[in-house]
Design a protein around this ligand. Structure first.
Ligand code: HEC
Length: 155
């Protein structure tokens, strides 16, 4: 009888330890995924109330593209990185296209609704950069046929 009880106690302790390990593993996984979610959020959108300081902006330029952000190299690049990647990734810029007026409207919209700060004297430089490098693509029209070289079909 006593022996039987001991056996049971042993078995129960074993089950308890196994359960404990399972719970710990689940908690660990939950924690891990939560961490991941946070870091995913960070490179998507984040709250910011100031531009990124210029001394923090570095990085390599490869084939005319700033490697870290994918932005085209040009006058005003650093200002654009500093002001425009503080809340969201630069992808949102590189995937957009507009003329100067269009970019200005987007900036005003962000200022009115997303707490984008006044860009001050940087605004003109940033608008020039955006309008020059992220202008709407020309319509994909086929070029008119030029000189046509006729040739005879031979069988
Ligand atoms: C204070 C934060 C903040 C800053 C700084 C900021 N943006 Fe934004 N921007 C946002 C938010 C938030 C959205 C997206 C809102 C949404 O669509 O849900 C957005 C959206 C955009 C979009 C997409 C607009 C659309 O029509 O879909 C573009 C393009 C853009 N920003 C460009 C810029 C440029 C260029 C700058 C620098 C001048 C800049 N952003 C700086 C907050 C910011």
């Amino acid at each position: 009888m006593i022996r039987q009880n001991r056996k049971n106690v042993k078995r129960n302790t074993g089950i308890l330890i196994a359960l404990l390990i399972i719970v710990l593993v689940i908690l660990g996984l939950l924690f891990f995924f939560e961490e991941e979610e946070i870091s995913q959020r960070e490179d998507g959108f984040r709250d910011a109330d100031a531009p990124i300081p210029e001394e923090q902006i570095g990085g390599r330029i490869e084939n005319g593209i700033h490697a870290e952000t994918g932005l085209i190299e040009g006058e005003g690049l650093k200002l654009v990185i500093g002001h425009c990647t503080a809340c969201h990734s630069a992808k949102i810029i590189t995937q957009n296209a507009a003329d100067r007026e269009g970019w200005k409207k987007m900036i005003r919209w962000m200022q009115e609704t997303q707490n984008l700060w006044d860009l001050g004297e940087h605004e003109d430089i940033i608008l020039d950069y955006l309008a020059e490098n992220y202008a709407p693509k020309k319509r994909g029209r086929k070029p008119p046929l030029g000189e046509i070289e006729w040739y005879e079909l031979k069988n």
